[in-house]
Design a protein around this ligand. Sequence first.
Ligand code: GLA
Length: 370
Amino acid sequence: MTRTAVARAPGRVNLVGEHTDYNDGVCLPIALPQDTVARVSLRAGDRISITSAQQASVWTGDLAGCGPGRVDGWVAYVAGVLWALDQEGYDVPPGLDVHVTGTVPLGAGLSSSASLEVAVAVGVLALTGRRLDESERRRLVQVCRRAETEVAGAPTGGLDQSAALLTEPGCALLLDFQDGSTATVPLGWTAAGLELVVIDTGVSHALTAGDYGARRRECEDAALALGLPSLRDADEDAVRRLADATLRRRAAHVVSENARVLSVVAALDRGSWTDVGELFTASHASLRDAFEVSCPELDLAVDTALAAGALGARMTGGGFGGSAIALLPADRVDAVRRAVDTAYADAGFRAPRHLDAPASAAARVVEVSG
Ligand code: GLA
């Protein structure tokens, strides 16, 4: 019987802390119930095949053909992980069949790509008999980041891979990208009669497109102008010293967003749900007006959810499309969804997709056989 490992890895919602990860800042993601399943099997010889239930194309090649500049599109997120595992000294069998399937909506700002990378990495690890302990999970965050930045060409910051590997059910994960520390933050809102929902605008965003990289460069330029290693070390006074108005807006977002993450954690701890909601909404305003990564569909979802009774709402993820989240009383969920559907129809936007967002489990091995 062919030796096979099956692994799952979730998509994520970032509760708050947007565009902070690559600025050595703080973020607060949860894992979603939607995930990617990777089935990784040994095969004789040195050929690798990569297939997906969601894609018609089949990729075949060898490990040497998995590296930077050799693969593109969705395959790069799978092949890139095999390459990065090999680069980081893991034992990657030369002959493999990798098949993936998933329920994380693609291009919805819910990290379908990180869930794909992580499912494949965990699958290969299980196939080669390595245990997925805490330190291994942290190493895999770096492996999957290398795949995404060096092979897929998306200059992202580590939030998504960390969320897929390190979260716990019922909890958010406080990530500090300056010192690498993490803390589990229990979410008491379900017991308080609240629910978090996702509104997928259907406007697809690609992080390999230029806007995300442009924002990242602006943040680096702002830190450089201030003589700081990163914007994590900036404060409001420093932001005021920036001569360039665009850089000032970008830096103002990052500085205020880091503060909001810590305020949300404190408000969650106190059970101050209205404060949590207001901080979410303030984060959205900052991303819309100062960081300028929202879009009309996201703004309409947020405004409509708030008008229909949400405590707070904001875009989540990189922006330029993707999804919004809203925190609301469980008995308002249907009313909010209907209001958003109506507002979208009135605006002539494509109908949005609604998802529930209970904080779910991180990546795991499902089975190893053969
Ligand atoms: C995308 C990137 C992350 C992060 C967010 C914005 O999801 O993959 O690294 O930068 O955007 O917070």
